[in-house]
Write a protein that binds this ligand. Structure first.
Ligand code: ZN
Length: 78
């Protein structure tokens, strides 16, 4: 179940809302009950998103950066 972050356009309150079903409408502000809320991009997914698109998996679980392969067998190490 996705958790979305909202900010209230009226009072500026930021809050999270757990969506229990698909297509659920935006929640009202828990502070001022205004329904003028703005959905924010999730800071959680932004934090875990990979920043380097050039990194490739080398062998097992670890991902190597170009020129920094520990095993020396990564095609990106050269
Ligand atoms: Zn509000």
């Amino acid at each position: 179940m996705p958790i979305y972050e909202y900010s209230c356009a009226k009072c500026g309150n930021a809050f999270e809302h757990l969506h229990r079903k698909l297509g659920e409408s935006a929640p009202a502000c828990p502070v001022c009950a205004s329904q003028r809320v703005i959905k924010q991009f999730s800071t959680f997914s932004a934090a875990v998103a990979p920043e380097r698109g050039s990194a490739a998996p080398c062998g097992a679980a670890a991902a190597c950066s170009p020129g920094q392969c520990a095993s020396g067998e990564c095609p990106l190490s050269g």
